[in-house]
Design a protein around this ligand. Sequence first.
Ligand SMILES: [Zn+2]
Ligand SMILES: [Zn+2]
Length: 409
Amino acid sequence: MKIIGDFHIHGRYAQACSKKTTLEDLERNACIKGLHILGTGDAQHPLWHKEITSKLTEDENGILWSKTKFPFIWQTEISLMYSQGGRGRRIHHVVLFPNGEVVKQFIDALLKKGRIDYDGRPIFGMNSIEFLDMLRSISTDIEVIPGHAWTSFFGILGSKSGFDSVEECFQERAKYIHAIESGAMNWRISSLDKYNIVSFSDPHSSHPWRLGREATIFDLKELTYKNILQAIRTGIGIKGTIETPPEYGKYHFDGHRACGVMMAPAESRKLNKQCPKCKQEMTIGVEYRVEQLADRPVGYVKPNAPFFHSLIPLHELLGSVYNIKLMTSKKLTALYQQLIGKFGTEYNVLLEAPQPALAQVVDPAVVQVILKNRAKDLKLQPGYDGVYGTILLDQADKALKKQKALTDF
Ligand SMILES: [Zn+2]
Ligand SMILES: [Zn+2]
C-alpha cells in the first residue's frame, strides 16, 4: 500500500514555530495535503509528550492512532553543538522511535545530559557519535537521520558547520546511518550513494503550504514501525520523494541580500566569494556546497533511484498567478478549497488531476502553472542569502493574469 509520510514535524513548543499547533491541526491539514502518516515531532518535550500520550493510542506495532484513526510515529529532532576537527559543529538529527517505552528511556538519558523543557528541539553538547551510541544502547530500533543535510547552518554537509561526508561526522559508526534527509542533489556525490534519500518538511506551523511541503512515498505491506524502519534502512519500500525545487530554497545561490547581489557558484568562485558591492564575503548557498563536494557532472541521474517529484505547494502556485503574497488571503483560501473539494487532496491536485477536470474548476493560467509544476517545467528565480526563490511566469501566463486582474475584486 502506498503511504506518504512526513517524519520531521514540530509541535508548538519548538522555538521559531507557531505557538498554536495541535495534534488535531496537524492531522486535519495532513489529510487535506494527502499525507497518510506523520511523525509526532518533539517526542521528549514534557508538555508535548503529555499531549501525545493523552490524545493518541499506541498499538503493538508502534503506531499511534488519533481518535479519528489517523496514524503517527514517535519522532523528534535534536540539535548537537560540539567541536570536532578544530571546527565548531552544529548538526540537527531527526530521530524515530519504535515505541513509547523507548521514548521514556530516551527522555531519562537526555535528562542526565541537560534540559529538555525549553525547546522542542533542544541543544546538547555531545557529538554525533556519542549521541548515536547513547541511542543504540537504549534500542537498536531507534533510527537517526541527519536532518536537512545541505542547509548551511545546521546540516551535516552544510557549508558553515558541517562535514564533507557522513563518514567524517560519524566515523566507524557511519554504518548505522542509512538515510539522510536531503534530495536528488545527492546523486552528484558518489560517496552518498549508499545512503537512502528521504524528504520531510520540518514545518514551523501546520499550514498546508508548510506541512508535507516535502515528504517520502513508501510502499508498505502493512503500516508498522518495523516496516517503515526496514524501508528507510534498506531503501526497498521507498517509492520516491516529494521535494521542493532546490532553486526555490532560501539559500540556493550565493550573494548579499542587503547589496542586492545574487550569483551562481561559478561566478562567485571567480570573485573568490567576495561581494562586488561591499567587498565582504558573500553568503554561500547550497549549490556552491554541492559543487564543492560533487564528483559527478551537473544533471547526473542516478540509475534505478526512486522517482522524485519536484513540487511547489499549491497555495504558492495560486499566489504567483494572482500576485498575492498573503497565503491566508480570502481569495487563495477560496480557490484552494474549491480544488480540494473537487480532487480530495492537494497532492491529487498537484500530481494526478487531469487537465480537462482542472479547467472546469480554475482559470487557464492556474491550470498551466499546475501542469508545469508537475512536469518540473516552471522557471524559477533562485533564492539567495535568506531570500526565497520565486516563480517566473512566462508571457502567456502573465497575459492571462492581466486580463483576469480587470475582473478581479
Ligand atoms: Zn533542524
Ligand atoms: Zn555585499
